[in-house]
Design a protein around this ligand. Structure first.
Ligand SMILES: [Zn+2]
Length: 477
């Protein structure tokens, strides 16, 4: 089929889908209202108004399997409701009604087992809303839902607007969007492109605990890091983002980070309570985590996700002026050999452990980036594929994808068959990695512990800056 015919077919199918999924004109929007009614212990009251096309008994359940001992006073306006294990079932059929119940946040905080479900710090709680929002078992495809926080409660959430509410598909209720309650310092920072264009904003929550750094400095750091990442991505791949800082007493560094995927992804950062501004500037962990926002969740693709962040993190920090060229190449020269055995002996689909997943993935990224830049005189690079992913909506907030689908999209962004060749050699298979030759081709000489850089090397410059070669022609095979 030619391209025109294909597009026409897609349009017809898309139109049919939209007609099938369009919200009926009379369908009321479901309303979920969350109100803080007590602070000691912290208790929420949730009021959920739902309606259905026809009368039916309704079964309400949570999106996480963590019990329901933290829920109480469950009432249904259209008749009686009984508990069935960790679910609630209405006794009679009705086409609409209001469910009302209470959530003991402190008990819920003790029930969650994984950070994806929630995490507390002192008197603050970060909780995925699917741990406490009871949702009907059957949700019509077109159902719109308004979620609002009422009563002037202090809460941080990437999805909430200035009126503390959000409207979207009811299916979002089943996924783990995070809300932060309690003693939280919150803020929202703009993400601005180099040319002054406003790209979006990031919600920030500083969890309860001692922190030497002024809150304003943390907000400023979020602004700086996202501006650097946005310049690299040439935009923001995700509309709604929450960054949660967890203070760790007795430490002065950034200890650990994790990105939690959802329709509004959360970047969690565990930061030393005694961290100073200069340590914040020298930290690499936060940038590594933020770069994950530019890569979709995949099945069997953790090595590529971690490889992208590990490889690009020092390059993006150098582009922002937070690392020198010497520091970047010293870090990569030290790290890349750790991933070599995976590419040479088992292939990346069999990657295991930190060395295999992080550094094996980073080495594969370096090999691809190097080859693309070499063949295109520096005009294109691995990072062009990330922008193609955003264009095709293969994003961290839009679901979980097959690695093959992501690889197909990336491949289409690169010249010749660079991606296929290296994929066959090092991902599906295993083969020797000409690493010493690669360093030599970048004007990098390794003498014992010393890393020496030839001055003004055009290909190395292109990898570092993402800019075309200053002079010279692409090297021939
Ligand atoms: Zn990572």
């Amino acid at each position: 089929m030619n391209r025109g015919g294909w597009i026409a077919t897609v349009n017809v199918v898309a139109t049919m889908f939209l007609v099938a999924c369009r919200t009926p004109a009379t369908a009321p929007t479901w309303q979920y209202r969350i109100r803080v009614i007590d602070q000691q212990p912290l208790v929420l009251e949730v009021t959920a108004h739902v309606a259905f096309p026809s009368s039916q008994p309704c079964r309400f359940l949570l999106g996480q399997d963590i019990g329901a001992s933290f829920l109480s006073q469950v009432e249904w306006s259209a008749g009686t409701i009984r508990r069935d294990g960790d679910q609630w079932v209405t006794e009679s059929s009705s086409s609409q009604g209001t469910l009302k119940y209470r959530v003991n946040v402190e008990d819920l905080g003790r029930a969650v087992r994984r950070v994806e479900q929630g995490k507390s710090s002192g008197r603050s709680w970060m909780l995925a809303w699917n741990t406490f929002l009871l949702v009907p078992e059957s949700v019509p495809r077109w159902q719109q839902t308004r979620v609002s926080i009422e009563g002037g409660a202090k809460v941080a959430c990437a999805l909430l607007d200035s009126s503390n509410e959000t409207i979207g598909s009811a299916h979002r209720l089943r996924r783990g969007v995070h809300l932060v309650f309690g003693q939280v310092e919150r803020g929202r920072v703009p993400v601005v492109a180099d040319d002054g264009q406003l790209l979006g904003s990031v919600e920030v929550a500083l969890m309860d605990g001692p922190m030497q750094l002024p809150h304003a400095r943390l907000l400023e750091r979020v602004t700086e890091v996202f501006a650097a990442a946005a310049e690299f991505w040439e935009g923001l791949p995700v509309d709604s983002i929450l960054v949660s800082f967890f203070p760790i007493p007795g430490r002065d560094d950034v200890l650990f980070g994790k990105v939690l995927s959802s329709p509004a992804p959360t970047v969690c950062v565990w930061i030393g309570a005694e961290c100073r501004p200069d340590q914040l500037r020298d930290d690499w962990m936060f940038m590594h985590e933020v770069l994950h926002l530019g890569f979709p969740m995949t099945r069997r693709g953790k090595w590529l996700d971690e490889g992208m962040s590990t490889y690009f993190e020092p390059l993006v920090r150098a582009r922002a002026g937070w690392a020198t060229e010497q520091e970047v190449w010293e870090e990569l020269v030290r790290g890349m050999p750790r991933g070599r055995a995976t590419l040479e002996q088992r292939g990346m689909l069999q990657a295991r452990g930190i060395d295999g997943i992080y550094w094996g993935g980073a080495l594969f990224c370096l090999l691809v980036d190097h080859e693309i830049r070499r063949r295109t005189a520096g005009k294109q690079g691995l990072e062009d594929g990330l922008r193609r992913l955003f264009a095709d909506d293969l994003c961290i907030d839009s679901g979980v994808f097959d690695l093959s689908q992501v690889a197909r999209c990336l491949r289409s962004a690169y010249p010749d068959n660079v991606w296929d060749d290296l994929w066959a050699r090092y991902v599906e298979g295993s083969a020797p990695v000409p690493l010493e030759e690669l360093w030599g081709s970048l004007g990098i000489r390794i003498r014992g512990e010393q890393v020496e850089l030839d001055a003004d090397h055009p290909l190395r410059h292109a990898l570092l800056t993402g800019q075309p070669l200053i002079s010279g022609n692409p090297q021939k095979d």
